[in-house]
Design a binder for this molecule. Structure first.
Ligand code: SF4
Ligand code: SF4
Length: 399
C-alpha cells in the first residue's frame, strides 16, 4: 500500500480508502454484516487506514455497522470519516445533535475527518448562515472532531467560494476521467491542493460504470496499450496519477475487487502514466461520451422515489443498453431487476414516474430525471415487458 501525506496536517493516509456506501447486502437489502466486516477488516489488515461513511448510507445503517466492524482494535488503526447531513440541518443545535449521535453510533469519542456532506452553493449558504463555522471550530476545540472538511457536488465556481470561506483541512470531490470538467473538476482539484488541503476523491469509477459492463469499443481502446490493465485499474491509475490527490475512496463490496484495488494501490505513483497512456484515456473518454445517455453515478440521493421508481437501476440499464449495444440483454436485465423477480416488494419501473419532480433537487449530477425516465420507458419497456417479466420469473423460479 502506498501512502500520501495530507499537506494540511501531515497525516500519512493510504491512497486507497474504504468507502461504506455500497457494502454487500442480503436479499432483503440489509447489510450483509458478517461479509462486510470481513471485507473492511481485510482491507485494513492490508494497509488501508482511511474509512469513510455517512449518515444516510444504507438507509442510515452504515454508521452503526461500521461502529461494530471497527471493534477489536480496528478503530485505532484507521482515520474515520463521516459527514454532517447538511440537507437535514435546520439549526445550529442540529449540528451538535447529528455529530453526537454519530459518535454514539460509531462507538468512538472522536471523528478524525468530519465533513459537511454534499455541499452545493445553496446548501453551503444555508449551513454557513446557521453557524457551521462555529460548530466546526467548537467541535475541533473540544476534540469531537480532528479535521474539518466538506464533500462537494456543485458547480465549479461555488467550489472555489467554499474552499475560501473556512480554514478547511481537507475536501472530498467527485473525480474521474469523465468528470474533468464536471463539478469541482481538475480546476477544483488543483485549487484545493494549492491551498494546502488534503483531497479525497469519490466516484473514481463513476459508481462502478467505468469498471463493469465496459463497452467493447472501450476495451478495444484500452487494449491498444502495450501494458495490459483492467478497465478498473486504468480508471484508478488515472486518478492516482494526479499528485494533488491524497486518498481515493472505493465503495468495494466484492472480495475480488478489493484484492484488485489493493494490488493497484501498491504501484499507483503520481505522474507514473506515460503520455501515450494518458492519450488513450482521452480516447476512452471520447468514446464514453458518444455512448453514454444518463450521467448517473448511482449515489442514491434521489431515492426513495415516492412512486417506487428505482431511478438508478433504470439509468444503469439504460446506459448499459447504449454502451454495450445489446438490446436483448438490456431489456431482459430491465425486467429482472425492476420486477419483483429477485426481491420482495413492488415493481420499480420507469413508467411509474408521475413527474412530481421531487428527485430533481436531490441529484448532485443535476440530471433531468423525469425526462430521462421517459426515454427509458420508450427504449426499455414496450408491449412485451409483461412477457419478459414472466420469462425472468420463470428463469429465477419466482411465481
Ligand atoms: S419525478 Fe418521477 S422519479 Fe422523480 S421522484 Fe417524482 S415520481 Fe419519482
Ligand atoms: S439520478 Fe442523480 S441522485 Fe439519483 S442516483 Fe443518479 S446521480 Fe444519484
Amino acid at each position: 500500500m502506498l501512502y500520501r501525506k495530507n499537506p494540511k496536517n501531515g497525516d500519512e493516509l493510504s491512497i486507497l480508502g474504504f468507502g461504506c456506501m455500497r457494502l454487500p447486502v442480503k436479499e432483503d437489502g440489509s447489510i450483509d454484516e458478517a461479509r462486510a466486516t470481513r471485507q473492511v477488516r481485510y482491507a485494513i489488515d492490508q494497509g488501508v487506514n482511511y474509512v469513510d461513511t455517512a449518515w444516510p448510507y444504507h438507509m442510515e445503517q452504515s454508521e452503526p455497522f461500521l461502529g461494530r466492524a471497527l471493534a477489536d482494535g480496528y478503530r485505532e488503526k484507521v482515520k474515520l470519516a463521516t459527514k454532517l447531513p447538511s440537507w437535514m440541518v435546520k439549526s445550529r443545535k442540529d449540528m451538535d445533535f447529528f455529530l453526537n449521535s454519530q459518535l454514539e453510533k460509531l462507538h468512538t469519542d472522536h471523528i478524525d475527518y468530519y465533513l459537511a456532506h454534499a455541499l452545493v452553493g445553496d446548501m453551503w449558504d444555508k449551513v454557513e448562515k446557521l453557524g457551521v463555522a462555529d460548530f466546526l471550530d467548537k467541535a475541533k476545540a473540544d476534540g469531537r472532531i480532528t479535521n474539518a472538511g466538506f464533500s462537494f457536488h456543485g458547480a465549479g465556481e461555488d467550489f472555489k467560494r467554499i474552499v475560501d470561506a473556512y480554514d478547511w483541512d481537507f475536501c472530498q470531490i467527485q473525480y474521474n476521467f469523465l468528470d474533468e470538467r464536471n463539478q469541482a473538476g481538475t480546476k477544483g482539484l488543483e485549487y484545493a491542493a494549492s491551498k494546502g488541503l488534503g483531497v479525497i476523491i469519490m466516484e473514481p469509477l463513476r459508481g462502478g460504470m467505468l469498471a463493469s459492463h465496459v463497452p467493447p469499443a472501450v476495451i478495444e481502446i484500452w487494449d491498444e496499450a502495450p501494458t495490459k490493465r483492467t478497465a478498473a485499474e486504468w480508471a484508478l491509475r488515472w486518478v492516482w496519477n494526479h499528485p494533488e490527490v491524497t486518498v481515493v475512496l472505493s465503495g468495494m463490496n466484492d472480495e475480488k475487487h478489493i484484492v484488485e484495488n489493493l494490488a493497484v494501490a501498491d504501484r499507483a505513483y503520481p505522474n507514473s502514466l506515460t503520455e501515450a497512456e494518458l492519450h488513450l484515456a482521452r480516447k476512452v473518454e471520447q468514446k464514453y461520451r458518444e455512448l453514454m445517455k444518463a450521467g448517473c453515478t448511482g449515489c442514491r440521493y434521489c431515492m426513495p422515489c415516492p412512486e417506487g421508481v428505482n431511478i438508478l437501476i433504470c439509468f444503469e440499464v439504460y446506459n448499459s443498453l447504449h454502451m454495450s449495444g445489446n438490446a436483448d440483454e438490456a431489456k431482459f436485465l430491465y425486467a429482472v431487476m425492476l420486477s419483483v423477480t429477485l426481491s420482495v416488494g413492488e415493481p420499480e419501473f420507469a413508467s411509474q414516474c408521475i413527474k412530481c419532480g421531487k428527485c430533481l433537487e436531490k441529484c448532485p449530477q443535476h440530471l433531468e430525471i423525469p425526462t430521462l425516465l421517459e426515454s427509458v420507458v420508450e427504449e426499455l419497456e414496450g408491449p412485451d415487458l409483461e412477457k419478459r417479466v414472466a420469462i425472468a420469473k420463470q428463469a429465477f423460479k419466482r411465481t
